[in-house]
Design a protein around this ligand. Structure first.
Ligand SMILES: [Zn+2]
Length: 185
C-alpha cells in the first residue's frame, strides 16, 4: 500500500537483476498466491528483497506477488519497524471505515475503500512462530490491503466496473512515459 500523500509517478526504474514492482495488468497480481510450506532462509531472502523494493518506492506495505513472487508473504512498515507475515489471514473483523487508498501496483490511482475497522490477523513470523494480532484503524487497513493482494484482489475491485475501467485506462495512458524510460511494463 502507498500513502495517499505521495506524489505521482515515483516508481524507481529497476536495475537489472533486481526485483521491481509489478504493475497492473501483470497477471501475477490477479492470481491467488500459494501458501508457504517451509519458513527457511529462502523466505527470509524474499522478505529482504521485498523490503528493499518497498522502501525504495516509499511504500508502507507490500505483498510478494507485487514483486512477481506468488507466495503468501506480506510486509508492512507504518513507521514503527518492518513486520513480515507469512500465510496471513483475516480470521475476524468488525466495524467499518472508508478511506482513500493507493497502491504501488496501480500508480496514480486512489480509490475510496470500505474495510473492517478492526481485524484479527493470524499468520506466522519469520521464525515460524504463530502470531495472532488484533489491528485497528489505519494499520488494520494496511494489513487488509496487503492480504487482499494474496487473493489477487486490488483496490480497484472495491469500486464499480465502469469506474475501474476508466481509472485503469487513464493510468495506463499516464504510464506510457515510464515505459519509455525503460520500466519493464
Ligand atoms: Zn497494493
Amino acid at each position: 500500500m502507498k500513502e495517499k500523500t505521495e506524489h505521482h509517478n515515483e516508481l524507481r526504474i529497476p536495475k537489472e537483476d533486481t526485483c521491481y514492482v509489478r504493475i497492473y495488468p501483470d497477471p501475477v497480481l490477479s492470481k491467488e498466491s500459494a501458501p508457504v510450506k517451509n519458513i527457511d532462509g529462502k523466505i527470509k531472502e524474499v522478505i529482504d528483497r521485498m523490503a528493499e523494493v518497498m522502501y525504495v518506492n516509499k511504500g508502507i506495505g507490500l505483498a510478494a506477488p507485487q514483486v512477481g513472487i506468488s507466495k503468501q508473504i506480506i510486509i508492512v512498515d507504518i513507521g514503527n519497524g518492518l513486520r513480515a507475515l507469512i500465510n496471513p489471514e483475516i480470521v475476524e473483523g468488525e466495524g467499518e471505515s472508508s478511506l482513500e487508498e493507493g497502491c504501488l501496483s496501480l500508480p496514480n490511482i486512489e480509490v475510496l475503500v470500505k474495510r473492517k475497522q478492526k481485524v484479527l490477523v493470524r499468520a506466522w513470523d519469520v521464525d515460524g512462530k504463530e502470531v495472532n494480532w488484533e489491528v485497528f484503524d489505519f494499520p488494520g487497513r494496511v494489513y487488509q490491503h496487503e492480504i487482499d493482494h494474496l487473493n489477487g484482489i486490488l483496490i480497484t475491485h472495491h469500486i464499480s466496473r465502469l469506474k475501474r475501467e476508466l481509472l485503469i485506462k487513464k493510468m495506463l495512458k499516464e504510464l506510457k512515459h515510464l515505459k519509455k524510460k525503460g520500466y519493464p511494463l
